[in-house]
Design a protein around this ligand. Structure first.
Ligand SMILES: Cc1ncc(COP(=O)(O)O)c(C=O)c1O
Length: 412
């Protein structure tokens, strides 16, 4: 044990200095050196979410009776989200701490409903393409459901629709598609996938966690996408994270349902203990008021116009990056039109390349299938792009000559 609980306190100035020193070793996200993790939309946006978070840092989203301010803000965040994702009248939703919690909540609601409908959920399953986020396996593990993954096409990275359909059996209670998928950034065929589920009376969830708050604004910039939201009548629920391309403070996601009747299965209602009835809408008990407040503030601060302007910057950066990658002989995997770009080069050792980039101050993402780098472009990457391409050219040469020190990148 190298650190013991301190006997006495330390003045804040000294602690702050110590924390600043620790942060000096972190990846320089303010200058776009990160490939994921931080979604920096500029100093003004950061100021808004910091102030809003701080204003409600002590308030507890668990007790909205005591904090009607948080109830108003959460209700309005959800209303704005339902509007953005074209939900029908009667749709409902709530906020959670992030994509994983939103997904676990949707899976829980689906399972409880199936149980109430008299289905045997002891060996029920979820069918999801190979490209789906591991949060579904986490949900399956926690909730006792099998997760069946189905193949995607090697070139387009899109789910094989026939294999998806064939994997569904009498125990399937949920089907899933991503909009977009994390690894490739490709928006999957939600109209076809959700229709396959609907035709069998199966709950369909759209995982729009990473790009839900980007795709509509890319469309406003002329990008054409398949319908990925509640416009598809087979879509039962949808998750979209505010703490990613909603540019909110961390700890904020939305999970939305086609109807209140579907959402009602999300909550936990318990009263067999001395303190009486406790109703919690999500996994958490105590919920950070700051995360709700910061999300509400940034959505109102930017509005559709502000988000569309950020999306424009990202799309232009993507086009410049694609050109630079082509000049270096890189191939972009999957026809993503959004903010995720997955690129590699035949025969290039991935972890050598990653190590060579990391040595130059970058923290890109990576995929192992195909072995390739991965970037989630944010507004901060506009100014970083020239440096990125210059360093990528050097790192590529180093890796090609076998001179790079390999480093394995893991999402942990
Ligand atoms: C498509 C998708 N789903 C779910 C998640 C999980 O979100 P979180 O990390 O906020 O729990 C992510 C995270 O990147 C994601 O990209």
């Amino acid at each position: 044990m190298s650190k013991h609980f301190p006997e006495r306190g330390t003045p804040w100035d000294a602690l702050k200095a110590q924390m600043e020193e620790m942060a000096a070793g972190d990846i320089d996200w303010r200058h776009g050196r990160n490939g994921y993790n931080v979604f920096f939309a500029g100093p003004d946006v950061l100021e808004v979410i910091k102030e809003a978070y701080t204003m409600f840092i002590s308030e507890n989203g668990l007790n909205q009776g005591a904090f009607p301010s948080l109830k108003v803000m959460e209700d309005e965040v959800v209303q704005m989200a339902l509007d953005l994702f074209e939900a029908p009248d009667g749709a409902a939703g709530g906020m959670t701490s992030g994509g994983t919690e939103s997904i676990i909540m949707a899976v829980k609601a689906c399972r409880e409903r199936a149980h109430e409908q008299g289905k045997d959920t002891s060996n029920a399953n979820i069918v999801i393409p190979y490209s789906g986020h591991p949060a579904f396996n986490k949900a399956g593990h926690y909730l006792g459901l099998e997760v069946i993954r189905t193949p995607i096409d090697g070139e387009t990275r899109l789910p094989d629709l026939e294999a998806f359909e064939a994997a569904i059996d009498e125990n399937t209670i949920m089907c899933v598609g991503s909009a977009p998928a994390f690894p490739s950034g490709v928006v999957e065929q939600i109209p076809e996938l959700s229709e396959i589920a609907r035709a069998r009376g199966i709950w369909f969830h759209v995982d729009a966690c990473v790009g839900g708050y980007f795709a509509p604004f890319a469309e406003m910039n002329g990008v054409e996408l398949p319908a990925y939201n509640f416009k598809n009548r087979g879509v039962s629920s949808l998750s979209a994270d505010l703490h990613k391309f909603g540019y909110a403070a961390k700890g904020a996601s939305t999970v939305l349902y086609r109807s209140e009747d579907l959402q009602k299965y999300q909550k936990t209602d318990f009263d067999v203990w001395p303190s009486g009835r406790m109703v919690t809408p999500t996994l958490a008990g105590t919920r950070p008021g700051g995360a709700i407040a910061a999300a509400w503030a940034v959505m109102n601060y930017l509005g559709k116009e502000g988000y569309a302007a950020k999306a424009k910057v990202i799309l232009e950066t993507r086009a410049r990056l694609e050109q630079g990658l082509a000049d270096l002989g890189y191939k972009v995997y999957g026809p993503s039109k959004l903010m995720i770009i997955n690129f590699g080069k035949e025969g290039l050792e991935l972890f050598g390349l990653w190590g060579a980039m990391n040595k130059r101050g970058w923290w890109p993402g990576a995929t192992v299938d195909p072995p390739a780098l991965h970037m989630m472009l944010t507004p901060a990457h506009e100014a970083a792009l020239d440096d990125f391409l210059k360093d990528l050219a050097e790192a590529t040469e180093e890796a090609e000559k076998g001179q790079a020190e390999a480093k394995e990148v893991r999402y942990s």
